[in-house]
Design a protein around this ligand. Structure first.
Ligand code: SF4
Ligand code: FES
Length: 704
């Protein structure tokens, strides 16, 4: 892969010499311009014309690090660098996007060229200005200041004692027993994969007929359906659906291929399918994948192999962000261990089925976490998102069907395969006694990992039952242990979901409106159900009541948390549940729709919300891939608006807030209409939240 070739060159020289790029172009027979398209895009590549300083120190400037004083730390580091450079030194101190160590903010990353053999950049956790000065001076003197590696750090979270690691919880050795069980079934049935669903009258099976086929022919995959495991990368799409979609397409291991081994090689290239684990978490405030990769790599490797064997794929890849060098090494060692055991490689546990797994180090950039951009990067191109459709499950890596899951999603699959779908789906939050007026209380299914940082006593990675309240997460003794001050605001999805206020006033007619809406909704649902039932009867088909209609989440929430007389919605009462967050804006009248992601940053009353919102906006500007003109220009315009608000407030007051609000609305509209990916559609959210939820603070500053 071209990315790996470039990494090897840079590792040898500290940058990419022009002569080496020309030699690479000849060696791999790729035009130099095509190689430069890649080298000029990714921040991790350093060209000869922008050769790095001998000492490079980068301080994270995003969310939690900004809150913990990154701007002052960068200024202090730059002062030392200026002194050293005046004496002939070659030192650069700059800000950088999130380094994935938000639980130890502010995070610092340092390199001294040439790096010692076998070493990568060093990470330093939460240094104050004095320690940063010592780090810079030690590096400039040609020595290595003692770093703070992830391996030596014990995070505060509960994830190591949670349910995720089915091996640790049961006291089993990490022996890939889920893969072994599946391989033994293949041997017994003399197959190399489970036959994919047949066509009936030339049409693919659908609905109940497809369900029945999967339950019978592929009970292993059916467990994933029973688990209701949703993707942990953001959107929460059912993992089962992706695996099913890819399994349903031609595989090099299909029966006819197996029956004609002479053709196997040809068919293997024609019908290859792939699994990719996305370990490129770059959203500020998010670091849960770092911990899984560091401390439970066997779950990810096993999840990749299971996906590959279940869906008839040819090989698997684990794509890891480049700031996670330690985790890349841990995963590579784990893949070697799995190969030695026979769990992956040329012949999985003697089944005759090959499934190699490779770990790829990302060339860097937030946008690589977007799944189509990630595929572009794997193919050695600029990481710019693709227009969809087609989807990755039909046209992914090398234009072939690809299962692309977040590493956490894959890490849950050994538990599901070994102990059943209900073991996962039954792990949701158990509701306390439900008041009589709620007919059918909602059920929360499953568990997930969250990264929590900012103004809490114990930042860390927490495994939570879905449905747990945010307040319990922030203050519960088993979780973060309390807010450092009074809870003021929360960013519930890195910078993308903006900043939500801890308390939001309910409209005066809230309860009357809610009752009216609920009755309309129930009426509509009843009519829709009647129509669908009648259609099914007419077509002679089985009709199943949709499970979702049994839920009455908003009814339960209003009855239990917003009874008559309530004047405010308390964010701390919100259940950690994608479905609830999807309906929250409508339910309590929030003007800006919230998101729920894996990175939650908590702000106490000491936080300056406008300053934070501008920091979020700069992140989007810095990380825009530039493919869509409105995003490229709009993100910059938003930063200028935010900085002008800060400047005006410093000068004594923002008289222009109303005018600026309409500018932000215009830019937001353009971005949501034209952006290919969610970076563009989210870029205006932080400023919109600041102006909507904290107008007085934007105009006059924080009340002391
Ligand atoms: S919205 Fe922005 S980040 Fe996304 S593809 Fe377009 S330019 Fe790139
Ligand atoms: S390391 Fe600074 S915000 Fe993540």
């Amino acid at each position: 892969m071209i990315i790996q070739d470039l990494r090897d060159i840079q590792h040898e020289y500290g940058y990419l010499p022009d002569a080496e790029l020309r030699a690479l172009s000849r060696r791999i027979e790729m035009p130099l311009a095509r190689i430069e398209e890649v080298t000029t895009f990714f921040p991790a590549f350093r060209l000869e014309r922008r050769r790095p300083a001998t000492v490079e120190v980068r301080v994270c400037r995003d969310m939690t690090c900004h809150l913990r004083g990154a701007p002052a730390l960068i200024a202090a580091g730059q002062k030392v660098a200026a002194e050293l450079n005046a004496d002939g030194g070659d030192v650069e101190v700059t800000g950088v996007s999130c380094l994935g160590r938000c639980d130890r903010a502010p995070a610092v990353w340092a390199e001294r060229q040439p790096m010692p053999e076998g070493e990568h950049a060093w990470v330093y956790a939460a240094p104050d200005a004095k320690r940063l000065e010592a780090i810079v001076r030690t590096l400039a003197a040609g020595q290595k200041p003692k770093p703070d590696p992830d391996a030596a750090y014990e995070p505060a979270g509960n994830f190591l004692t949670g349910q995720l690691d089915v091996y640790a919880r049961n006291g089993w050795p990490r022996d890939y027993r889920a893969v072994r069980g599946f391989a033994e079934m293949l041997v017994e049935k003399r197959r190399r994969c489970v036959p994919r669903p047949p066509l009936v009258d030339g049409q693919p099976l659908q609905g109940p007929a497809l369900d029945a086929y999967v339950r019978e022919a592929h009970p292993w995959l059916w467990k994933l359906n029973e688990s209701r495991l949703g993707g942990m990368g953001g959107a929460g799409a059912p993992a089962y659906q992706k695996w099913l979609d890819v399994w349903g397409q031609r595989s090099p291991f299909d029966e006819d291929t197996a029956a004609r081994p002479a053709l196997a090689e040809t068919k293997a290239t024609l019908f290859d399918k792939y699994v990719v684990a996305n370990g490129d978490e770059s959203e500020p405030g998010t670091f849960k994948d770092r911990e899984i990769m560091q401390r439970a790599p066997h779950l990810i490797v096993e999840g990749v192999i299971l996906a590959g064997l279940f869906a008839g794929c040819s090989s698997g890849y684990i794509f890891v962000r480049h700031e996670y060098h330690e985790q890349v090494e841990v995963l590579r060692a784990e893949v070697r261990r799995a190969e030695a055991m026979g769990a992956c490689g040329a012949n999985v546990f003697g089944s005759g089925r090959a499934f190699p797994v490779e770990v790829i180090e990302s060339p860097g950039g937030y946008i690589c976490g977007e799944q189509t951009a990630l595929i572009e990067a794997m193919e050695g191109r600029r990481a710019q998102p693709r227009n969809r459709p087609p989807d990755i499950t039909s046209n992914g890596f090398r234009d072939r069907p690809t299962i692309l899951n977040n590493v956490e999603t894959l890490a849950w699959t050994p538990l599901i395969v070994l102990t059943g779908g209900a073991a996962y789906s039954g792990g949701g939050w158990k509701l306390p006694a439900t008041p009589k007026l709620v007919e059918k209380p909602p059920r929360f299914g499953g568990r997930r990992l969250l990264s929590v940082s900012g103004d809490v006593l114990r930042p860390g990675v927490y495994e939570v039952p879905i449905g747990l309240s945010l307040g319990e997460l922030f203050s519960g003794p088993d979780y973060c242990g309390g807010v450092l001050g009074t809870l003021k605001a929360v960013a519930t999805s890195g910078p993308s979901g903006g900043i939500l206020p801890a308390r939001y006033p309910l409209p005066p007619d809230f309860h009357a409106k809610f009752a009216e809406q609920l009755s309309r909704k129930k009426d509509r649902a009843r009519k829709d159900g009647d129509a669908r039932r009648a259609d099914a009867v007419k077509a002679g088909k089985e009709y199943r009541e949709p499970a979702e209609e049994a839920y009455s989440l908003e009814e339960w929430f209003v009855a239990t948390h917003l009874p008559a007389g309530s004047t405010h919605f308390d964010l701390a009462t919100a259940p950690i549940d994608l479905k609830f967050f999807g309906m929250m804006a409508d339910l309590v009248g929030l003007p800006v729709s919230p998101l729920l992601g894996a990175g939650i940053v908590v702000y106490a009353d000491t936080a300056d919300i406008l300053d934070q919102a501008v920091c979020f906006t700069r992140f989007f500007r810095n990380e825009s891939c530039g493919k869509c003109v409105p995003c490229r220009l709009g993100a910059e315009k938003l930063v200028r608006i935010g900085e002008s608000l800060l400047a005006a407030r410093r000068a004594g007051g923002n008289a222009e807030v109303a005018a600026v609000r309409s500018d932000i609305t215009d830019v937001a509209w353009a971005l949501t209409q034209t952006s290919i990916c969610s970076l563009g559609t989210s870029a205006a959210t932080p400023l919109a939240c600041a102006l909507t939820y904290f107008p007085d603070e934007v105009a006059h500053g924080r009340a002391e």
